[in-house]
Design a protein around this ligand. Structure first.
Ligand code: ZN
Ligand code: ZN
Length: 363
């Protein structure tokens, strides 16, 4: 069978590659780390391989059915030509999918990250980022707003935006500050760099354990079908999946749906963002979320408007606690430093709605 051959060949390729790596000696440790990383990964790989083989079996069956139909019919030559072209296109598409599955299987066993996810340098220790990048990447580990988790400039309990507009989630946390090289990293993650999910999740997992130890369900911010088709994948799903694998907390990929496309949020004020998103998320699996401590996973938290809209839906479905975990969040920088600046910010359109009239965190 074609599929088995393909899988076997992938296995042989993987084997010879592994042999080459082991012979290399330097990367031996890396392979060992990958292997130690767990049976889970292997299982995923086997699952993917099986999936690939099954897929190809299905393809074979479909082709056989098509051939049979062709023998039966026979006369409409113009139509046949068109059909043949369509079948060729479909076959190319299936081959592409199969190739991708085998790639994923290989990645799952050996890891794609023998190079730094941020700079491309060879990595021998941490496995995802080189020591230099790890030191350079802006970790979100200094003062953060206790509510939205965005970086703030001093040890205040909450940022001005949360103070003015308390979010509906219990708390949000993020691994990186969305600035400097993390901006490019996330951009790459959203435009084809799926493999970055593992690297980002590796930095998010400790936060999940430390900040939300009672979490018992992971969900991801959904996309509409249209948006999903355009991008090809939902980056939030990839992160949620990787986090679930690492933490053992179940992930419910179909818990939420996005019911309509919403306008780009970039240039909207906080109030406009809330309005833009109102009612656009729905909990599809309500029974699953009822009474649970749910973690919403996404790539970036900007103002938290999206997280808030999803939290509203989850609360409506009876979730007992709602947390938000993102790879990165935009630091809260607009916070004026003096009461005078706070008052003058009032006149700017970008200020949060109904900003406080007294010194921001005086009390
Ligand atoms: Zn690096
Ligand atoms: Zn905040």
């Amino acid at each position: 069978m074609k599929g088995e051959e393909g899988a076997a060949q992938a296995g042989r390729t993987a084997e010879s590659e592994a042999a080459a790596w082991q012979a290399d000696g330097i990367v031996e440790n890396e392979v060992a780390v990958r292997q130690a990383d767990g049976a889970a990964k292997n299982e995923v790989a086997v699952g993917v391989m099986d999936g690939a083989a099954e897929n190809e079996v299905a393809v074979g069956a479909a082709d056989a059915a098509e051939n049979k139909a062709k023998k039966k019919g026979g006369k409409k030559k113009g139509k046949e030509k068109k059909d043949a072209a369509q079948r060729a296109a479909a076959r190319a598409e299936r081959a592409k999918k199969l190739r991708r599955l085998l790639e994923l299987a290989h990645e799952a066993v050996f890891g794609k990250n023998c190079v730094c996810a941020a700079c491309g340098e060879d990595v021998f220790d941490d496995g995802f980022f080189c020591a230099h990048c790890l030191a350079e990447l802006p970790l979100n580990d200094e003062y953060v707003c206790s509510k939205c988790g965005r970086a703030i400039e001093a040890d205040y309990p909450v940022c001005l935006e949360c103070k003015a507009h308390m979010p509906l989630y219990d708390a949000a946390r993020s691994a990186f500050r969305y600035e400097e090289r993390v901006v490019g990293l996330i951009k790459r993650f959203k435009t084809g760099g799926r493999y970055l999910a593992a690297a980002l999740a590796a930095r998010m997992a400790p936060l999940l354990a430390d900040s939300f130890p009672d979490a018992d369900l992971i969900v991801s911010v959904p996309m509409t079908d249209k948006a999903l088709k355009k991008r090809g994948y939902n980056q939030a799903e990839l992160l949620a999946d990787a986090l679930s694998l690492r933490s053992g907390i179940p992930y419910a990929p179909a818990a939420l749906v996005k019911t309509r496309d919403t306008a780009a949020q970039k240039h909207l004020t906080a109030a406009e963002r809330a309005q833009n998103l109102a009612g656009s998320f729905r909990v599809h699996e309500r029974a699953l979320c009822r009474g649970r401590h749910v973690v919403i996973v996404d790539d970036v938290l900007t103002t938290g408007a999206t997280a808030d809209a999803v939290a509203r839906a989850l609360r409506g479905a009876g979730a007992a606690r709602v947390y938000v975990l993102t790879a990165a969040s935009v630091p809260y920088r607009e916070r004026p430093r003096t009461p005078e600046q706070a008052l003058s910010a009032d006149e700017k359109g970008s200020a949060p709605p109904a900003p406080p009239k007294k010194p921001a965190h005086g009390a």
